[in-house]
Design a protein around this ligand. Structure first.
Ligand code: KG4
Ligand code: ZN
Length: 425
């Protein structure tokens, strides 16, 4: 909804290319309607083009200093990878190569700007699939080869964490939980480029676990789940499910008092429950049958994922309090990534926030998943600070693995924090 408002507001934004600009960092005359006075205001704005190719979305967007989205192009490979049962990196690379030029030009054309009007081009160079990162970086190098437009390298996870700041004021330091098909981490964002890693997944990402359980239940063939991702399908089927019917005491890393995550055990438990129900009901999901208890299983799995996330979030809040990492007047938790669009999980985390005096901030679902807008915004944050602005990107290298910041997960574990139970259902 919020993004719809943002996107529709782009319609009232007229760019006048060729207006006065400073040669080092061009500013484009942007017309915006002031909501308070309804008067047409004219301001000089710097613009950043963001390019994302780290995984399975080819994204590009042009944004201004206020975070207004002036133009966007997005090509998602997800459906193709779902059919193949997972991402095949050479195929993903090929698809990025096929679409990157049209995606970037769609962003520029819909914004009505030319390359020379940009103050910088920001591109994801870390972390991600090597073959995919390479496409975005090489394209950017070629694009900027004979121009004076500078380059800003972007860390994909930091960009996820910063996205919310283009919509509302969330001051540093804040707590951030990133949960998607490829990542799961808890960190403290101390600044645009300064993060402390509190914990991360030791095996699967939660979205990956959702996808695998959904596939085991054959939800991709369920008439009510057509076109949905695994997580969306589980969330949909979980409505009306009864978790109490199947509840057991299994909880991952229950006795390990840190902020790391593990989802592979939950996945195995779910698969074992599914097998048991197949035997009891005399059917097999592999033969195209759907279990009668599908909703209960989906609800239980979703609940267990939510519970695991909540325990780690509460421990992170407690750790931040003990170590005085987040002042009392700035207690904010940002949750982003594809899994953050799950309402049950959001509600559960919100209960934990309320109990601990935190404000929960989630970008709208379309900004939680990978896109060029988040990269453009991360670039704009750096541009405003004047950091990491590279005049010639030709020697820049991509980094498939690169930590989000200083890893303090061992200190979290050493603190041995026992947390109070959070009841959210
Ligand atoms: O951020 P994202 O688009 O990108 C990748 O990590 O690739 O996240 C996609 C993941 C998928 O695993 C999908 O199943 C999960 O997010 N997801 C959800 C929901 N919507 C998407 N998981 C749980 N509940 C949802 N509603
Ligand atoms: Zn991502």
């Amino acid at each position: 909804m919020l993004l719809q408002i943002l996107r529709s507001s782009c319609g009232s934004t007229g760019i006048l290319p060729g207006s006065t600009r400073n040669s080092l960092s061009p500013r484009v005359l942007v017309r915006t309607w002031s909501s308070s006075s309804s008067l047409l205001q004219q301001r000089m704005q710097r613009l950043v083009l963001g390019i994302e190719t780290s995984c399975d979305e080819t994204g590009a967007a042009v944004i201004d200093e206020d975070g207004k989205i002036l133009g966007e192009g997005l090509y998602s490979q997800k459906r193709i990878h779902v059919k193949n049962g997972g991402i095949i990196p050479p195929l993903a690379q090929d698809l990025h190569r096929q679409h990157i030029n049209s995606v970037v030009h769609q962003a520029l054309d819909s914004a009505g700007v030319k390359l020379k009007d940009l103050s910088a081009v920001a591109t994801t160079i870390m972390p991600g699939l090597a073959l995919c990162l390479q496409v975005g970086l090489q394209y950017t190098k070629d694009l900027l080869r004979h121009t004076s437009v500078p380059f800003i390298p972007v860390h994909h996870m930091k960009a996820h964490a910063l996205t919310v700041r283009m919509i509302k004021q969330v001051d540093f330091p804040f707590l951030v939980l990133l949960v998607s098909g490829g990542h799961c981490l808890l960190a403290i964002a101390k600044g645009v480029d300064e993060f402390l890693l509190l914990g991360r997944t030791l095996d699967n990402a939660p979205g990956e676990a959702f996808d695998k359980v959904a596939r085991r239940l054959k939800l991709q063939h369920h008439p009510k789940c057509q076109g949905m991702s695994g997580g969306q399908a589980i969330e949909y089927m979980a409505q009306g499910g009864n978790i109490r019917l199947l509840m057991d005491k299994d909880r991952p890393l229950l006795k390990v008092r840190d902020c790391n995550f593990s989802f592979s055990g939950l996945r195995s438990v779910a698969q074992w429950i599914i097998y048991n129900h197949e035997v009891k009901q005399g059917v097999s999901c592999d033969d195209g049958n759907h279990l009668k208890t599908i909703s209960d299983i989906a609800a239980l799995f979703q609940h267990k994922v939510a519970h695991h996330l909540v325990t780690r979030v509460v421990r992170a809040m407690e750790f931040a309090k003990r170590e005085e990492l987040i002042p009392d007047n700035l207690k904010s938790l940002v949750v982003s990534g594809g899994v953050a669009s799950n309402s049950y999980i959001r509600d559960a985390i919100n209960v934990a926030c309320t109990q601990n005096g935190y404000q929960l901030h989630c970008p709208p679902p379309s900004l939680c998943t990978d896109n060029g807008i988040m990269i453009a915004w991360a670039g704009m944050e750096k541009l405003k600070l004047g950091v990491d602005i590279i005049q010639d990107p030709q020697n820049v290298r991509y980094e498939p693995k690169y930590p989000i910041g200083l890893d303090i997960s061992k200190q979290v574990r050493a603190a041995d924090i026992k947390i109070k139970r959070v009841k959210f259902w």
